[in-house]
Design a protein around this ligand. Structure first.
Ligand SMILES: [Zn+2]
Length: 66
């Protein structure tokens, strides 16, 4: 499981949507639509599943260790 992330269209910064998903499951998820409150713009950004990705905390740690 990882955090579902989107990119802020205004600042380009990654934003955690607060959703949790398994990357392989998320990739097969039918297109859906959601809104996330952006901490940078302080407004709701509307996004589609294709714009989002799952960030796995373990993947990064493994990379840095190697
Ligand atoms: Zn934003």
């Amino acid at each position: 499981m990882g955090s579902v992330m989107i990119r802020c269209p205004e600042t380009g910064a990654p934003i955690a949507t607060g959703l949790q998903a398994d990357p392989s499951t998320f990739a097969r998820t039918p297109v859906f639509f959601s809104r996330t409150l952006c901490p940078y713009c302080r407004i709701l950004h509307e996004w589609f599943a294709k714009d989002a990705w799952v960030e796995e905390p373990h993947a990064k740690l493994t990379c840095e260790a190697a």
